[in-house]
Design a binder for this molecule. Sequence first.
Ligand SMILES: [Zn+2]
Length: 167
Amino acid sequence: MEKLDGYIVDLKGMQSDTVSYHWQAATDFFSAVQGPEIKQGLLDVALRVKRTSCAYELTFQLKGEVEVTCDRCLEPMSQPIEAECLLRVKMGDEFADDGDVVTIPQREGTINVAWNIYEFAALQIPLRHVHATCEQLYSDSSEEERIDPRWAELKKAMNSKTVNSKS
Ligand SMILES: [Zn+2]
């Protein structure tokens, strides 16, 4: 995780009520994070930290492109990312993450946001991601399905099975 030390945000040591950070998350970032969906990419990440009376509001702005796998042909495809995401952080006794608010130990007072950045980027990837050319092939095959309703039924059953096994 050493490679991601640059993503440590010091909240306890904040000298003013707002602090800004800026990173270029490139291939070395994605290989260090080792997330399942994104292996490479280039993301411009701006973070604005705002200290409030009881918490810290971390607003991330992500802009760039990541590489994902096309659902149809399994070849790499580029997915544009542009998003603004909010993370709320509180100080407490122990580390905790309840989804909306992350609690970090008071004695440390820092948070490494590398994984948060990764997750925010991964959340932007549509459930179904397909090359435009592969999308064309897909609509052609849907027409065939209309010709043979039995095939359509089978396909539907297979699709629902896939959805179930994913959840
Ligand atoms: Zn494709």
